[in-house]
Ligand binder design. Structure first.
Ligand code: ADE
Ligand code: ZN
Length: 328
């Protein structure tokens, strides 16, 4: 069976990282921007390793210059998600790229993205919520400004705050001010941890930032006591297996710890991270998980139930999405 039409909830995706290559090339052409080094000869994104991936990601993002560009991007990304059966998604949004962390400019970008999301919801039946995200390698000072953008726009649509970027830079706790600011504004919290940082980074995320979800978190598997803590405290992992395989954390899906974490009682969910960069879609993630672990409809339905319970949306939206999952 194909998993394409199976209804899915996706909690971990970066809007710029989900930009279809043809969309980015089109904008580059319109604006006469040189993207040498971003694509390979077949037109796919190309990178050597994680740090190079972050550089290529930022280079491709240069084509996105205006709120209108972000509106078009949002629509293009949601079309891809909806085609793969996603009915509810959360996307990381970066004020760093949307107006350079200026609150007034950020509000204009946000308005354009939200309008596009409303259009996608009406036309394709997909619901989106935004998680404002600071970028770790830009440093704690810029993260504070990002948190202020988040706090200013916290509400029904911007419902979370998070951190991506190079986990090798500094410690999670260096960003505590930004996370405290976001929490005080009523935002729910997640951070990338245990991807390129080891289990210690996951411990820091829980203790120093007090997040309720973790982006990736998979390297917790290297510390059995930490796995128990994740299970006991019901901290939800936003696992992106295809991303981890392409970035070289694990040689293949079958070697990925998602199944072991799940067996240990950790609440795991499945997402794509930056789908075209990692040659993936939600459909492909499900296909690979079926192949690697024999997972079927019951397993995926359970992952989606965990995901919608952990979603950073209001209760009315959660109820509506749960009904759609149950009906399927
Ligand atoms: N930004 C976009 N994708 C990311 C990833 N996989 N890890 C950290 N930061 C990111
Ligand atoms: Zn990510």
């Amino acid at each position: 069976m194909s998993w394409k039409d199976f209804p899915k909830v996706e909690l971990h995706m970066h809007l710029e990282g989900a930009a279809p290559p043809a969309f980015v090339r089109g904008l580059a052409q319109e604006k006469n921007i040189d993207l040498t080094g971003v694509f390979d000869e077949r037109g796919n994104y190309t990178f050597r390793d994680f740090v190079h991936f972050l550089q290529v990601y930022e280079a491709a993002t240069q084509v996105l210059k205006t709120p209108e560009d972000y509106g078009r991007l949002t629509l293009a990304v949601l079309e891809q998600c909806a085609e793969n059966g996603v009915i509810y998604a959360e996307s990381f949004l970066s004020p760093d790229f949307c107006g350079g962390r200026d609150v007034t400019a950020w509000k204009e970008y946000l308005h354009a993205m939200q309008e596009a999301a409303d259009q996608a919801e009406a036309q394709m039946g997909i619901t989106l919520r935004g998680i404002v995200t600071c970028i770790r390698h830009f440093g704690p000072e810029k993260a504070r400004e990002t948190a202020l953008c988040a706090a200013e726009t916290a509400g029904d649509w911007i419902t979370g705050f998070g951190m991506g970027g190079d986990e090798g830079m500094g410690r999670q706790g260096d960003f505590a001010w930004a996370f405290d600011c976001a929490r005080e504004a009523g935002l729910r919290l997640t951070t990338h941890a245990g991807e390129f940082g080891g289990p210690e980074s996951v411990r820091q995320a829980i203790e120093d930032l007090k997040v309720e979800r973790i982006g990736h978190g998979v390297r917790a598997i290297e510390d059995p006591a930490l796995v128990d803590i994740l299970a006991e405290r019901e901290i939800v992992l936003e696992v992106c297996p295809g991303s981890n395989v392409v970035l070289g954390l694990y040689p293949r899906f079958a070697a990925h710890p998602i199944a072991k974490l799940r067996e240990a009682g950790v609440k795991v969910t499945v997402s794509t991270d930056d789908p075209p960069f990692f040659n993936t879609t939600m459909t492909r993630e499900y296909e690979e998980l079926e192949r690697a672990f024999g997972w079927g409809a019951e397993d995926f339905a359970e992952l989606n139930r965990i995901a919608i319970e952990a979603a950073f949306c209001d209760e009315g939206t959660r109820k509506r999405i749960k009904q759609r999952l149950e009906q399927a």
